[in-house]
Design a protein around this ligand. Structure first.
Ligand SMILES: C[S@@+](CC[C@H](N)C(=O)[O-])C[C@H]1O[C@@H](n2cnc3c(N)ncnc32)[C@H](O)[C@@H]1O
Length: 264
């Protein structure tokens, strides 16, 4: 039922990869020289990953996955985009990091991957590509060991209500069905010569939390932040803390949240 949207999104993500590889946003050279791509929030809130089996859902080209590997995690990443997974494998080889990468729709992962994990991780710009969070939460519950931790850091649903210029509300807070957009460029390079169509879905905090509770996870915390660690929206200003806020809405709206849940 959603195949057409998922295929279009795969194409859109494949198109973005070449630009992302050489973008300042992803700073692959800095990362190859040892810089982590992870932010203070997830590093602090997820804590020590050394020796833990970690599954990264929607890992893009694996920078964050491999950053966790550098911290001692035994990592597996999954992504829909074959160009992303190709490059993730190349980065792992080049940097001598142990990692496994699986290319598929996250909903299909239980048919493609065996094993249980201490940690399931996903972050920044992920759930908006998924039409329904129930099968997503089922995948998370499926792969977690008993006592295992699910951690996510994600842009806040309030941010996705705005138009591209961050000037007015354009989209509903709740999941009211598919949102089709014609895109030019990409968040990592707004002026890149790329044009494509993509399909997304907005998910309220209630929808996220209830999908996880429904699949037996126990929520440990939900934190909301009035800033983004990434400069990927229009009209941002950088604060003294190095984070980004929307001009005129500084510390007025939430921009991201993080959540930690355990499988009892
Ligand atoms: C914003 S990126 C990932 C975020 C990561 N923070 C980053 O910037 O590297 C979103 C990723 O989700 C992937 N994706 C989109 N829909 C997916 C699906 N149905 N199953 C698996 N991956 C999906 C895309 O291919 C893309 O690599």
């Amino acid at each position: 039922m959603y195949e057409h949207f998922i295929e279009a999104n795969r194409h859109a993500w494949n198109l973005r990869v070449e630009t992302h590889k050489s973008s300042e946003f992803y700073d692959v050279e800095g990362w190859k020289n040892g810089k982590t791509s992870l932010n203070d929030i997830e590093l602090r809130e997820l804590g020590d990953v050394a020796g833990k089996k970690l599954l990264h859902l929607q890992c893009h080209f694996g920078q964050d996955t491999l950053s966790w590997a550098r911290l001692g995690a035994r990592v597996t990443g999954c992504d829909l985009s074959d160009k992303s997974i190709e490059y993730a494998r190349e980065l792992a080889r080049e940097c001598g990091l142990n990692a496994r990468f699986v290319c598929c729709n996250v909903y299909d992962l239980p048919q493609r991957l065996k094993g249980k994990f201490d940690i399931v991780f996903t972050s920044y710009g992920v759930i908006g590509w998924l039409p329904d969070l129930n099968p997503w939460a089922a995948v998370i519950a499926h792969f977690l060991k008993k006592g295992g931790v699910f951690y996510m850091a994600e842009f806040h649903p309030v941010i996705w209500m705005f138009d591209d210029k961050m000037e007015r509300f354009k989209y509903p807070y709740h999941n009211a069905g598919v949102i089709e957009t014609e895109q030019a460029g990409t968040y990592a390079d707004r002026y890149a010569d790329l044009e494509y169509k993509e399909f997304g879905w907005n998910h309220s905090l209630g929808e996220v939390i209830n999908s996880l509770l429904r699949h037996g996870l126990r929520l440990e915390f939900l934190n909301e932040f009035p800033y983004s660690p990434y400069d990927c929206f229009d009209k941002t200003v950088r604060g003294a803390d190095g984070n980004y806020r929307i001009q005129g809405l500084e510390d007025v709206i939430p921009m991201m949240y993080s959540l930690r849940a355990v499988k009892p």
